[in-house]
Design a protein around this ligand. Structure first.
Ligand code: ADP
Ligand code: MG
Length: 354
């Protein structure tokens, strides 16, 4: 608490897809063990280090246990603001890592072994809540940033833009967002599904189910502090002397970074691609500046995009953050892969003060 803490950055390399294998793509990314990964192609040979590297063979469970996600859930219960974000090019496995294949086909429920970091975190959270005698009040909100507008994914009816405000006590926050209480795994998973279905997806050349928006699901955890021995004659006020802890656990599924021409996007799609790129650029810019030592830091331009405003606390404030960088091992993705790896390496130098 209060001490400088580094962002934790782990890397996940997805397997080659059937299509990539069929067209004979080379595998240019190799895990070297001990958190090291090597990219070797004709004119490139580079090694990068992370807190952990998960290669094609890593199960969803291995990613949950090895990434520090369980500890993040526990810290959120202890009252910290915790964030995990998946970062990488379209089709690199961000949504798969966070939600598993479940979000992608609504016809068949995914096998439990394939459930992503989110469902595993919810399970862990609810187990903890039960073992603590249900003194945790849980609620969830789910937003997306689409074309620089914030939309509530849980409120019924047509999507309307919500205002983003700033206050001294709360920092940046979204006004009027819906927060829904839940107390079972089924309830929170159903909120996740409902919201994900509303999330704007459009088909384009790179990934048929690619998400065209950044999505943020936040679980609010409030411990109902009950003082065991209230002073005799003390009213409600006395209980307030030990205020309850309030933590959050936020899951951020970023839209992919991509060049407009590569995705064959035009018209409405290129407006989307441009606003996605603009906020990712702003994110990259904030991360580069934050990676400098505190003494050398200049002003951090969080206000450049909605995304960076919403992530301000996680990146530079009092949050505790885990970044899961996702890459494809294919030679065809080489330049995007290198860019993700450079970005992620830079993020390892970012610190917060939880
Ligand atoms: P993104 O969200 O980054 O655009 P997705 O998560 O949608 O990418 O993944 C793209 C495709 O690759 C999907 O069909 C997904 O099921 C598959 N995929 C991604 N990661 C893995 C993995 N670790 N194992 C198996 N399939 C994966
Ligand atoms: Mg996705």
């Amino acid at each position: 608490e209060g001490r400088e803490t580094r962002l934790r950055v782990v890397l996940r390399v997805r397997p080659l897809t059937c299509a990539e294998t069929r067209r004979g793509d080379q595998q240019v990314v190799h895990s070297l063990g001990d958190g090291a990964v090597q990219v070797s192609a004709a004119r490139h040979d580079a090694t990068f280090g992370f807190s952990a590297v998960f290669d094609a063979g890593a199960s969803q469970e291995a990613v949950f246990e090895g990434s520090g996600m369980r500890q993040l859930v526990e810290l959120a219960i202890d009252g910290f603001s915790c964030t995990v974000f998946a970062f990488g090019q379209t089709g690199s496995g961000k949504t798969y890592t966070l939600m598993g294949p479940l979000a992608q086909s609504d016809t068949q429920p995914a096998s439990p072994a394939l459930l992503g970091l989110m469902q595993r975190s919810f399970t862990c959270l609810l187990e903890q809540s039960r073992s603590r005698g249900s003194d945790l009040a849980l609620s969830a909100s789910y937003l997306e940033i689409y074309n620089e507008q914030i939309r509530d994914l849980l409120s019924p009816g047509p999507p309307c833009a919500l205002p983003l405000r700033w206050s001294k006590t709360r920092g940046f926050y979204v006004e009027n967002q819906l927060s829904v209480e839940f107390d079972s795994l089924e309830a929170i998973v159903s909120l996740l599904l409902q919201g994900s279905q509303r999330r704007r997806t459009s088909a384009h050349a790179l990934n048929r189910h690619s998400s065209r928006s950044h999505a943020l699901l936040t679980v609010h955890i409030r411990s109902r502090a009950v003082s065991a021995h209230p002073a005799p004659g003390a009213g409600w006020g006395a209980q307030g002397s030990a205020p309850g802890k309030q933590g959050t656990l936020c899951f951020v599924d970023l839209a992919g970074s991509e060049r407009v021409k590569e995705t064959g996007s035009s018209g409405e799609l290129s407006v989307e691609a441009n606003s996605i790129n603009r906020s990712l650029l702003a994110l990259g810019h904030c991360i580069s500046l934050l990676a400098k030592s505190r003494g050398k830091r200049t002003h951090i331009p969080y206000r450049d995009s909605k995304l960076t405003r919403l992530l301000a606390r996680s990146l530079g404030g009092s949050g505790i953050t885990l970044m899961v960088a996702c890459i494809s091992p294919s030679s065809r993705c080489l330049s995007e892969t290198l860019s993700t790896l450079h970005y992620a390496s830079r993020a390892r130098r970012v610190t917060t003060r939880p």
